[in-house]
Design a protein around this ligand. Sequence first.
Ligand SMILES: Cc1ncc(COP(=O)(O)O)c(C=O)c1O
Length: 383
Amino acid sequence: MAESANPLSLTIDPEWNADTVAVQAGRPARVPGAPMNPPITMSSTYVQDATVEYGRDGNAGWEALEAALGALDGGRAVAFASGLAATTAIADLVPAGGTVALSTVTYHGVRDIFERLRERGRLELRMVSPDDTAAVLAAADGADMVWVESIANPLMVVADVPAIAAGASERGALSVVDATFATPLRQRPLTVGADIVLHSATKLIGGHSDLLLGAAVCRDATHAQRLVTYRHDHGAIPGNLEAFLALRGLRTLAVRLDRAETSAAEIARRLASHPHVSTVNYPGLPKDSQHERASRVLPGGSGSMLSFEVAGSVEQTDAFLGRLHVLTHATSLGGVESLIERRARYAGDAAVAGPTLCRLSVGIENVEDLWADLDGALRAVFA
Ligand SMILES: Cc1ncc(COP(=O)(O)O)c(C=O)c1O
C-alpha cells in the first residue's frame, strides 16, 4: 500500500493488507487526546489568510477520505459531489477536439455525459465492446482517453484492465477505469498501469444508500491537481457530512463485500438452474463467459452484482419485481440492503439490456431469506 499523502493522517504501513488500510487510513495522527475520526466542519467560510478560506477550497473531512482512498488505490484521490461529478471532471482532461474510446457497456449516465460532449463538438467518441480487448486497443490508437468499467454495468462484462492499461499507455492514451463494482478491495487498476480510477462512493464504499459522493484517484499528481482545480472552479465539491459517512462506510467495506459477494455467488448459482430464468450474468460462475478473465483480473472475487433475464414477458418480469418484499425494487447498488430493477426501463440501457434483464445488487441480509423472496416471487408469477 502507498504511504498516505495526508500528513495529518495516521501513517499507513506499506505492509498492511487492503482491508486493514480501509479501516486505518485517513484517521487523525495518533497523539494523546486525538479523536479517532476526522472532524465534520460545517462552515462555508474561514478566517483569512489561509489556504482554505472558502468552502470550495478544501475541507479536513474530504482530505481524510482522500487520504484513505489514495492509500488504498495507490494514487492521489480527489473527492467530488458524486460519481458523475467526478466523471465530468475527468472528461475535462480530454483536449478540445480529442478522442475517447468508450466502452459500449457502461453506466448510462457516464455514456450520456460523453454523448453530449460529442454532440456539442467537444470531443469524438469511438464506441467499443469491453469484451474485445484487441478492439479496445485498436480504438485506443490515436485516442486521448480509454474508458472502461472493471465489471461493466449491467451485463457484468469484465474488462482486461492490465492489458488495456498497458496498451493504452503504449499508445499515449490515458486509461480510466470505473472500479465502482470492484472497489479497491477487488481491483487496484493504478497498480497495473491505469492512469485514473473512478469510484462512485455512493455505492459500495458508502454502503448504506444514504449519500452521493464520487472520487477520482490519479497516478499522476498533475492530473489530480487539474481535477482539484476543476472541482473548485465548478463547485463540484462533496458535502462534509457525506465525506464523513463515506469514510465511515469504507471502514466496514471488507466485511460487507465479503458477505454480499458470497451471497451473490450462491444466488447466481441457484438462478442458473431456475426454470423461470433464461440467462445469468455473474463472472464468478464457472460457466460464465467472463469467468476466465475474472479469475485473472479479479482474483479476490467477482463482487456483489449480478444480472439475469426472466424467461417470460416484460409484464411477468414487472409482476415478479412487484411481489418481492425482502428485496427492494429500486435503482442504485452497493448498500447493505438488496436492490433489484429491470434495466431496460432506462433508455440508455435498452440497447445492451434485454427487456427482462434484472440487475440485482446483493446486500448483507440472510441469503436464504433473499433466495426465498426471489424464488417465491418467480414461482408465484408463473404459477
Ligand atoms: C458504475 C457506475 N459508475 C458511476 C456512477 C455514477 O455515480 P453517482 O450516482 O455517484 O453519480 C454509477 C451510478 O449508478 C455507476 O453505477
